[in-house]
Design a protein around this ligand. Sequence first.
Ligand code: LMR
Length: 341
Amino acid sequence: MTPGGLLRQLAIGALALALPLTAMAESAPIVIKFSHVVATETPKGQAALRFKQLAEEATKGRVKVEVYPNSSLYKDGEELEALQLGAVQMLAPSLAKFGPLGAKEFVVFDLPFIFDGYNELHKVTQGPVGQKLLRKLEPKGILGLAYWDNGFKVMSANKPLRTPDDFRGLKMRIQSSKVLDSEMRSVKAIPQVMSFSEVYQALQTGVVDGTENPPSNLYTQKMHEVQKYVTLSNHGYLGYAVIVNKKFWAGLPADIRGQLEGAMKAATEFANSVAQKDNEDALVAVKKSGRSELIMLTPEQRLAWKMAMDKAHKEQMNRIGADLVREVYKETGYNPSSKTM
Ligand code: LMR
């Protein structure tokens, strides 16, 4: 063989070797790890799976979404760090949990009684104030893609909670939010910050006396089995922002990013269409289980909670940003001495 022929043979051999590798690299899907802390049957759990299905379909398998529910990959706190380090690509933490990122404004959503219902909430999450808040995440290397609803919280304990005075001295588990800390202190309870994955056991063993969560979380974590009373107070909102690592998102091929944005839009519509019904169904299931007694508040009792918990608004206003709080009040018409809802 001539030297030229040998070179040609080597080149063909190298090409043959390289080809499958290139083909393999091209067919290896982009993996999005989506970690969350709640059960699959919750609004967030279902919406994460809906996003997976839509994203994989839209990208014809070029993207694979791996959903890790129930803190199976990371617990609260850990998951935000993992996102910033790029160990996961997508999360949907509750709005109460953005404080450790330095985005303290998000706790505005935790202010007790600030929303009278989903319509008022959507004025914020689906309006300019919500968008402005999401943009605050960008300097932290995070992109906020959407708000996903969960619902309005109930309060549970082993004693009936009807008046603000009933909370006195109770150890109440809260998410890591300064506003929720103020909320519990406003009724003389002792707030205890704890990861979601630890709440059931803490209630069961008496490490804490009670907690607050939307019915969908209470029911799917079986908290009602270790709490004698559940007060249907709707005293505050719990929902999510879907977030991604900004560098990861910017590095995606433009066509894929567009397809994923479409999938996220549809998953968001799905999430926000099932959340209310899921919470209603969860309450029915709690009632049916007979494990805890459901307590309804009279309008006067509920007003007494609202007036007591207004202290959290006063205490946290400046920390959150008085302008932002006023913008939200403008959308929702918050009035601490009105009985609405
Ligand atoms: C909680 O910790 O109570 C919630 O944020 C859990 C969740 O993600 O809904």
